[in-house]
Design a protein around this ligand. Structure first.
Ligand SMILES: [Fe+2]
Ligand SMILES: [Fe+2]
Length: 290
């Protein structure tokens, strides 16, 4: 199926989004169909790259649930009506991401990638974290993870070549998700700061997440390959390495924007991505029309 045809079949509705031209956060109801994903290695015929995206897809539903809850705990203390409005749209966007990724994970599981097992593992890890950490620390963790999500989203949208060879249904789900992550990237941060959160705590938690998140994602990718009994070739290992750690690779390119987080006056909107997402939103609309 062509990318054009695929996005055209994705049902997009912005009916509940209060969409205005000046609105930064738009809730888009998407209804991707993953029926056409019929090959196991749907990303460049490369099992490592496919497993890597499957791990991210498995991580999103419990992760986003945690984001929603951690922000909700502080909603009562938010007085700015604009921020309250943003919290509502942030919650709706994340809830839709969860729904679509859960559907994708069902498909991935049927293809042999244990994405739903990843969901359950992450769920357990979060429950453990919730039992040990304060609400403030959980919100701080959300702020850190939202920063990582936003810079990965920026990377995806500025390196469209990386998306080549991905099955269109999954590719457009990732593009849609990336756009919305950029749209709401400052919400958790603003709630954290305006309700009295200290940057010192953010730095402490980010130092832990900066080690844990990539380590766990890579370990889970290896687990998925093992569980699916997939042994990649040397050429596939080399390709995956280049795409993740090469000069233009994801982990290489997000290093600089990642470091900005530790600046004393950092705000997520310092990375102005409006032009970037406008370009992609237009592209999605063109695909829809096509
Ligand atoms: Fe999300
Ligand atoms: Fe998010």
């Amino acid at each position: 199926m062509s990318a054009t045809a695929d996005i055209a079949t994705a049902n997009i509705s912005t009916g509940d989004s209060h969409e205005h031209s000046d609105k930064a956060i738009v809730v888009r109801r998407m209804d991707f169909s993953f029926d056409a994903v019929d090959t196991m290695d749907w990303y460049r015929d490369n099992p490592i790259l496919t497993a890597f995206i499957a791990v991210l897809s498995g991580t999103f539903p419990p992760g986003e649930q945690m984001f929603i809850e951690s922000v909700r705990h502080f909603k009562e203390r938010v007085t700015d009506p604009k921020l309250l409005d943003d919290v509502r749209d942030f919650t709706r966007q994340e809830a839709h991401h969860t729904n679509q990724h859960k559907l994708a994970n069902e498909k991935l599981e049927s293809l042999g990638w244990k994405a739903q097992k990843i969901e359950k593992r992450v769920e357990k890890a979060i429950a453990l974290l919730n039992a040990k950490r304060s609400k403030r620390e959980r919100l701080a963790a959300t702020v850190c993870l939202e920063h990582i999500t936003a810079i990965v989203a920026e990377y995806v949208l500025t390196h469209p070549k990386q998306l080549e060879g991905m099955h269109p249904s999954i590719k457009y789900m990732m593009i849609w998700h990336a756009i919305e992550e950029i749209e709401h990237k400052s919400v958790a941060f603003d709630v954290y700061i305006t309700t009295g959160g200290k940057r010192k705590m953010l730095y402490r938690i980010m130092r832990a997440i900066a080690v844990l998140f990539p380590t766990l994602t890579i370990a889970r990718t290896i687990y998925l390959l093992w569980a699916a009994r997939r042994m990649p070739s040397w050429a596939q290992i080399k390709e995956a390495w280049t795409m993740l750690f090469g000069d233009e690779g994801m982990f290489t390119c997000i290093k600089e924007p990642f470091k900005d987080f530790y600046r004393e006056d950092f705000h997520p909107e310092d990375h102005d991505n409006r032009e970037l997402i406008n370009k992609w939103k237009a592209e999605i609309e063109t695909y829809r029309a096509g």
